[in-house]
Every structure is written in C-alpha cells, then in structure tokens.
Write a protein that binds this ligand. Structure first.
Ligand SMILES: O=C(O)CCC(=O)CC(=O)O
Length: 259
C-alpha cells in the first residue's frame, strides 16, 4: 500500500513514470490534494519519475487534530521519499507545497536537487491566517470555501471550465476542517523569510499574473531576490497554476530542469 507512517500519521504517496528517469516530487496547495497536478502529468511523466504526496490533512493522508508546522510537513515528504526510494530529487510545490519544499531544502539540503516554487511565498499575512484557522475550526469548510475559491481560479477560467471549478470546490468542501486548519496554522507560523539566502539549489519561481494570493509583487519578488540565482517565469494563471496553465507550467519545469 502506498502509505508511509510519519510522525503519527499515514501519508499517502504515489509514484508514476519510468523509475530510471530523474525524480520529481510534486506537492499540493492547502485545500487540494495530489490531483492538483493531474492536468500536467502527461508531459512531466515523459521526463521524470514522479512522486506525488497528499499533504497531511489532505486527500488520503491522515488528519492530525492539531496545529501543524512546516518542519512536520517537510518530515512527511522526507518519509515518503524514503518509502519511494528517492534519495534526492527536484521538489515542485504549489503555495503551501512550495513552502514545504523550501523548508525541506533548508532542513535536509542533501535531499533536494532543485526547487520549483509555484505561486508561493515566504511571508503570508499572519493576521489573515490566524483568522482563517479560527474560522475553519468554528464554521467548517463552508466558512472559508468562497474566499479560497475566489483565489484559486480566475473568474474567466472558472467560467470556461466549470467542471474543474466544481471538482476543486467539491474537494474543498469535503475535506476535514481539522486538516485544513492544521496546515493553515503552518502557513500562519512559517518562518522562512530570514532563511531564504541559505537555499543553495537551483530554484525556479513561478508566479501567476492573475494570482491574488501570492502574486509576484510582495511574494514572488521576495523569493527571486533572496534565493541566489533564482529564475522567474510568469504564467497566465491564478493561484492554482497546475490547473489553469498545466502545459505552460510543465514546459517551464521541463525547461528549467533540463540536464
Ligand atoms: O486560500 C487562499 O487564500 C490561498 C491559499 C494560499 O495562499 C495557500 C495555499 O494555497 O497553499
């Protein structure tokens, strides 16, 4: 079974593609699961051996009833990499997934060969995320669904692809609020900004021109400035770029990671 025990929880992972190819680990945002990457898998599978992981509290992974920390979520990724026999690999993460990827690169640099930071940040508004944690614990997923959906997908894309928007909304509403709150606490408490200069691996930062949650200004720009040699690509997408611009994102990743 593709579950690994990590710090009191079963974490779901899945490998796809030719195991002889270079490993690429794919991490999801808060409020989604490994299927966030589904639309980009075909081109990525041609180039990489893919390891996808459901972040603790999401998808098929266990929910722990507490505040999580990025270090815990990074340890879960390390455990899944061990279980999948991936000693080191490129790590691509969307939003929370990018934060976990940065934490992993700082905590265990030997396990990370490159970073792809998609629609993410090292500094989110602590006040807003404190309110998000409280609201989801008090009201459940319905209490935060409209806000999250308004940032996940652009209105144009949601109108063009109501099937995708409905699937994302259903996933959000059906998840355990404790898992969302635990991860939201990790975003609230993250402490990455002062450590970014210690990231020593080639890094691609991807921003979405329609992303109001972690846009270039105030978010992506800080990663690009602080991480030595970081490369930047902007895509025509809102926050969930793997759904809104899967081909362009896959092409950017493949180009950046080419040997
Ligand atoms: O719901 C939002 O406001 C966007 C969530 C966010 O920025 C963190 C994530 O997507 O992991």
């Amino acid at each position: 079974m593709p579950f690994v025990r990590s710090q009191g929880a079963n974490i779901y992972w899945k490998v796809e593609g030719d195991p002889q190819k270079r490993p690429l680990v794919l991490l999801n945002s808060i409020g989604t699961d490994m299927d966030l990457w589904a639309e980009a898998l075909v081109p990525l599978r041609r180039e990489f051996s893919l390891l996808r992981i459901d972040t603790r509290g999401h998808g098929a992974s266990d929910v722990s009833m507490c505040d999580y920390e990025l270090a815990l979520l990074a340890a879960d990724v390390r455990a899944a990499m061990d279980a999948a026999d991936v000693r080191a690999g490129a790590i691509a993460g969307v939003s929370l997934g990018g934060m976990i990827a940065m934490q992993l690169a700082l905590d265990v640099p030997g396990r990370v060969t490159s970073l792809v930071l998609v629609c993410t940040s090292s500094t989110m508004d602590r006040f807003a995320w404190t309110a998000r944690v409280d609201k989801v614990r008090a009201e459940g997923m319905a209490g935060i669904a409209d806000l999250a959906m308004s940032r996940f997908l652009s209105p144009d894309f949601a109108a063009e692809r109501p099937d995708v928007a409905a699937t994302v909304l259903r996933g959000l509403l059906n998840m355990d609020p404790a898992g969302y709150a635990g991860c939201a606490a990790a975003i609230r408490d993250m402490n990455l900004a002062a450590r970014l200069a210690n990231i020593q691996v080639p890094t691609l930062t991807v921003t979405g021109r329609k992303d109001s949650s972690t846009p270039h200004d105030g978010h992506g720009e800080h990663l690009i400035a602080a991480i030595d040699g970081a490369v930047h690509v902007a895509l025509d997408a809102a926050h969930l770029a793997p759904l809104e611009a899967p081909d362009d994102l896959a092409a950017a990743i493949i180009d950046f990671l080419k040997p």
